[in-house]
Design a protein around this ligand. Structure first.
Ligand code: NAD
Ligand code: UGA
Length: 479
């Protein structure tokens, strides 16, 4: 399908749709880029006059939005209109794990993707290139093609629409999305229609070197995305398993990671031991791979990948258990400070954050958590913990906590969050946490006091003089 793309529509204004389309608009001033979503609040936030109110936080995003919004980048809820104007449509909607029915807990819920395909079938005009940007199970392109083709069955030949379906998975990581999009390791395009592939490649080639734009068949492209996430997550579970072994044996996981990472066959990235991987995709995509493996009659393959998720679940729960153990076996009524709630630094995203499970476990044990995060807001934490915050003034009076069954409140300041606590638990690697004045913190805490660093961001020398007991993930000197 020959096409000189002048108008793009992206369905889904989320963590992928928003930043990806912003970077395309920034690099292709001749193309109009419309990002549409059914979530009106989200679109309103993208259009907010105050640039600090964008729905997602990503370093570098504000600047691009300032440059392009209203010029060749538009956010709206006008799904029908913007689809009808587009030569090329990205499907960038969420693909969560199914909660019910066949494949529940593993397979992807494709209802949003299917709804997009039906909208495209209905509202598009003439020739349209349809691009899978969402992460999808292998063979989803067939579903999209079927829906699009079926829509043309009873239509006269001269009025028929033409579609070409491509796969173009996204590899950006949150927190570094803009840099990842501007300088990608590769752009992957899967498909058969050479002209459509050329049209999409032309867009990326405005800023991506041609040798980094890879072409594969459509199934390889779909499967490569799941495989990339599975391999990355597998490295984290591997290093976390070794971290626990380091703690038991006197080894240090940072030293082990440096030693193995300098082997060029292994490489040094994704070897940071932590509280367990979070984020909206790793778990979902591996479970999807598990489901596909079972579906195609490969139970051993399914078991192998399932173990990556199992190890991660175990790792998250071991953190809360060891906090309880170090604090004399009980944290009931004790105040604990939680530093970081996002699933990683430089994002406001909390989806599948290790902090959610760890905080819930600590609250279940009766602790009162003082939670701080520089970008996550209090309403999001309430949703994630399924619990309203408690009144800070009320809990400041120790006698009120004797029979309390656990709870939390939000602190805007790190030092205020440490006030009256027995332990500080660092769960996200925000840079500001590596600059804390521990002598100042020690004066605010109750003795004996503890710091648990699950992200290895606190330098031991910085805490040494404070007399705070220090536990660090994967550190055999803890014992
Ligand atoms: P998200 O939940 O942030 O955004 C998806 C958006 O799609 C939502 O705003 C939702 O309202 C909208 N939507 C759903 N159905 C719609 C419809 N029929 N019409 C219009 N809008 C609709 O999700 P996300 O994090 O942007 O992820 C999107 C996809 O990209 C997923 O498949 C994910 O696996 C993949 N992905 C995500 C990341 C990431 O870092 N978040 C990175 C690479 C790939
Ligand atoms: C990940 C992949 O890195 C992206 O390539 C992919 O596009 C994306 O998933 C997706 O498909 O959604 P993301 O989840 O945004 O990106 O962030 P990562 O940097 O991969 O971190 C994921 C989790 O692993 C975080 O909780 C992080 O703290 C943890 N992590 C990461 C570690 O514990 N150790 C590490 O060494 C690296």
């Amino acid at each position: 399908m020959k096409c000189n793309v002048k108008n793009i529509c992206c369905i889904g204004a989320g963590y992928v749709g928003g930043p990806t389309m912003s970077v395309i608009a920034d690099n292709c001033p001749d193309i109009d880029v419309n990002v549409v979503d059914i979530n009106e609040n989200r679109i309103n936030s993208w259009n907010d006059n105050d640039i600090n109110n964008l729905p997602i936080y990503e370093p570098g995003l504000k600047e691009i939005i300032n440059r392009c919004r209203g010029k060749n980048l538009f956010f709206s809820t006008k799904v029908e209109e913007k689809i009808s104007m587009a030569d090329l449509i990205f499907i960038s909607v969420n693909t969560p794990t199914k909660k019910k029915g066949i494949g529940a807990g593993e397979a992807s819920d494709l209802r949003y993707v299917e709804a997009c395909a039906r909208d495209v079938a209905k509202y598009s005009k003439g020739n349209t290139i349809v691009v899978e940007k969402s992460t999808l199970p292998v063979k989803t392109a067939e579903v999209i093609k079927n829906i699009l083709e079926a829509s043309q069955l009873n239509i006269q030949k001269n009025e028929q629409k033409n579609f070409s379906v491509l796969s173009n998975p996204e590899f950006l990581a949150e927190g570094s999305a803009i840099n990842d999009l501007e300088n990608p390791d590769r752009v992957l395009i899967g498909g058969e229609d050479k002209d459509a592939i050329l049209a999409l490649s032309d867009i990326y080639s405005k800023w991506v070197p041609k040798n980094k734009i890879l072409h594969t068949n459509i199934w390889s492209s779909e499967l490569a995305k799941l495989t990339a996430n599975a391999f990355l997550a597998q490295r984290i579970s591997s290093i976390n398993s070794i971290g626990a072994l380091c703690e038991a044996t006197g080894a240090d996981v940072r030293e082990v990671a440096r030693a193995i990472g300098s082997d060029s066959r292994i490489g040094s990235k994704f070897l940071d031991s932590g509280p367990g991987f979070g984020g909206s995709c790793f778990k979902k995509d591996i479970l999807n791979l598990v489901y596909l493996s079972k579906y195609f009659g490969l139970p051993e393959v399914a078991k192998f990948w399932e173990s990556v998720v199992n190890l991660n679940n175990w790792n998250q729960s071991r953190i809360s258990k060891l906090v309880v153990k170090k604090l004399f076996g009980t944290i009931s009524g004790k105040n604990l400070c939680i530093l970081g709630f996002a699933f990683k630094a430089n994002t406001n995203d909390t989806r599948e954050s290790a902090a959610i499970k760890i905080c819930k476990d600590l609250i279940d044990e009766g602790a009162i958590l003082h939670i701080h995060d520089p970008k996550v807001d209090i309403d999001q934490i309430e949703i994630d913990l399924c619990m309203k915050p408690i009144n800070k003034e009320f809990v400041s009076n120790e006698s009120n906590n004797k029979n309390r069954e656990g709870g939390w409140y939000f602190s805007k300041s790190i030092y205020e969050a440490c006030d009256g606590t027995d332990a500080v638990i660092v769960l996200t690697e925000w840079e500001i946490y590596s600059e804390i004045d521990w002598l100042k913190v020690a004066r605010k805490m109750r003795s004996p006091s503890w710091v648990f660093d699950t992200r290895s961001i606190i330098r031991k020398e910085k805490i040494k003089d404070s007399r705070i007991y220090f536990w660090r993930v994967g550190d055999g000197y803890n014992n």
